[in-house]
Design a protein around this ligand. Structure first.
Ligand code: MG
Length: 399
C-alpha cells in the first residue's frame, strides 16, 4: 500500500429528519479507502464545520491516518486553547473516521480493534413520553410489546406540568415550572409501578432542570420505585452537590450529557458519586477519549450509558455500539429509531431486534453515507424553541 496518507477531509451537513447532522469523511491516498465520523453539535453545526474545514483539514492532510492516538493528541492542542463542544465535535468527526479506516485496513469491525465483544448486542432504552399518564402507559406498553425492557418515562417531555402565571408582557419561550415538575415525577412512577410491576426497568431524565436541593429530594422520593437510573439530575455547574444526593439516597444516578472536559467526569467517577456515565461521545472528542473514559469508569464500577438521541448521527450511533459491545462495564444504550429516510442516507445503519441493538459486521464502523442523497436535506440555522427555556415569572431558565 506504500505510504498511506490523508488526502482530503470533507464536512457533510445533512438533516434528513430536520435535525442538523455533521459527518466527517476522511479520504486517504488509497483509492476508495475512507472513513466516516460523527461531529454533530446540532445547534452550532456551522461553527463545527469551520473548525474542521478551516483548521483540522489543513492540519491533517499528508498525515498517516493509522496514527490515531498521535493525531488526536496533537490536533487537540493545536489550537492551544482546547476542549469545548465545538472543537471536541470537530475532532470527534476525524477520530471516528480514523478508527473506521483502521478497521477497514484490518478488515475487522471496530469492536475487534478495541478488544473484541463482551456481548452480542447492546440492550437499549427507549423514550415513553406523554401529555398525561394514560398516554405514557400506552407508550410503555407499545415498547414492551416490541421486546424493549428498559423504558424512560417523561410526563410532558422534560418539564412535567406547565401550570404557571407569567407576568404581563412576558417573552415567548419554553415555559417550565420546576416545582410542579418535581411534584409530578413521584406520581408518574407510582402509577407506572402499579400498572407494570417491577419486572420492567424504568428510567427518568431530569435534564438538569432542578435546583440542587430539589434534585436531592426527588432522588429520595423515587427510591421506592427502583429506577434503573435517574438521568442528569444536576447541571455540570453544580457537580459538588452530587455528594449530597449520594449520601441521602440509593437511587442510581446517570450523568454527563453536557460534559466536555475530563475534570467534569473524573471527580464523579473516582468519588463513587454516580452509577452511569453518559457523555455524548462526539462532544468529548470521539472514540479515542471514550474508550479511556470507559476504562476509567470500569475501575470504579461505573457503567456506560452513552448519549443516543436524534442529534447523534447514525455514524455516531454505530460508534456508540462498537464501544458498547466491547466494554465489560457497559450499562445501557439510549436509542433513537432511525427512519427509512435516515437508513437510505446512511446505508448500514445499526438495527434493534427484541430490545438489543446490533451493528452490521462490515469492517470499520460498518456504516456509509450517500452524499448525493444527503445533499437533498439541507441543514437549517434556526434555534429550536426548547432551548429558550423560561421560568414561571418569565426569567431565563436552563434547557
Ligand atoms: Mg438526557
Amino acid at each position: 500500500m506504500g505510504n498511506l496518507t490523508i488526502r482530503n477531509v470533507k464536512t457533510i451537513l445533512t438533516a434528513p429528519e430536520g435535525i442538523n447532522l455533521v459527518v466527517v469523511k476522511v479520504e486517504t491516498s488509497e483509492p476508495g479507502l475512507y472513513g466516516l465520523g460523527c461531529a454533530t453539535f446540532t445547534q452550532r453545526y456551522l461553527a463545527v464545520a469551520s473548525a474542521i474545514e478551516d483548521y483540522l483539514k489543513p492540519f491533517l492532510i499528508g498525515k498517516d491516518p493509522q496514527r490515531i492516538e498521535d493525531i488526536w493528541q496533537t490536533a487537540m492542542v493545536s489550537s492551544y486553547w482546547r476542549n469545548g463542544p465545538v472543537l471536541n465535535n470537530a475532532l470527534s468527526g476525524v477520530d471516528m473516521a480514523l478508527w473506521d479506516i483502521q478497521g477497514k485496513l484490518a478488515n475487522q469491525p471496530v469492536y475487534q480493534l478495541l478488544g473484541g465483544k463482551c456481548r452480542e448486542g447492546a440492550a437499549v432504552y427507549r423514550h415513553a413520553d406523554g401529555r398525561d399518564l394514560e398516554e405514557i402507559e400506552e407508550n410503555v406498553r407499545r415498547f414492551m410489546e416490541q421486546g424493549i425492557r428498559y423504558i424512560r418515562c417523561q410526563w410532558g417531555g422534560y418539564g412535567g406540568k406547565n401550570d404557571y402565571v407569567a407576568p404581563e408582557n412576558a417573552p415567548p419561550g419554553a415555559y417550565f415550572h420546576p416545582d410542579a415538575y418535581a411534584r409530578s415525577v413521584p406520581r408518574l412512577f407510582e402509577r407506572m409501578r402499579e400498572r407494570f410491576g417491577f419486572e420492567i426497568e424504568l428510567l427518568h431524565d431530569v435534564h438538569e432542570r432542578l435546583s440542587p436541593i430539589e434534585a436531592v429530594r426527588l432522588a429520595k422520593q423515587l427510591e421506592p420505585y427502583r429506577l434503573f437510573f435517574l438521568e442528569d439530575p444536576l447541571a455540570p455547574e453544580q457537580l459538588d452537590y452530587f455528594r449530597m444526593i449520594r449520601t441521602q439516597s440509593a437511587t442510581p444516578i446517570a450523568m454527563g450529557e453536557l460534559f466536555v472536559h475530563p475534570r467534569e467526569w473524573v471527580p464523579l467517577i473516582s468519588g463513587g458519586l454516580i452509577d452511569f456515565i453518559r457523555v455524548h461521545i462526539s462532544a468529548i472528542g470521539g472514540i479515542t477519549p471514550a474508550r479511556k473514559l470507559a476504562a476509567l469508569a470500569e475501575a470504579f464500577s461505573v457503567r456506560t450509558a452513552w448519549h443516543g438521541p436524534g442529534d447523534v448521527s447514525p455514524v455516531g450511533h454505530a460508534a456508540n455500539l462498537h464501544l458498547d459491545l466491547n466494554a465489560v462495564n457497559f450499562g445501557i444504550q439510549e436509542w433513537y429509531e432511525f427512519s427509512d429516510r435516515l437508513r437510505e442516507v446512511f446505508p448500514g445503519c445499526p438495527t434493534v431486534r427484541n430490545g438489543y441493538a446490533y451493528v452490521n459486521e462490515a469492517p470499520g464502523l460498518g456504516i456509509d453515507i450517500d452524499e448525493k442523497l444527503a445533499a437533498k436535506y439541507p441543514c437549517r440555522n434556526d434555534l429550536p424553541e426548547w432551548t429558550l427555556a423560561r421560568l414561571p415569572d418569565g426569567g431565563p431558565g436552563r434547557p
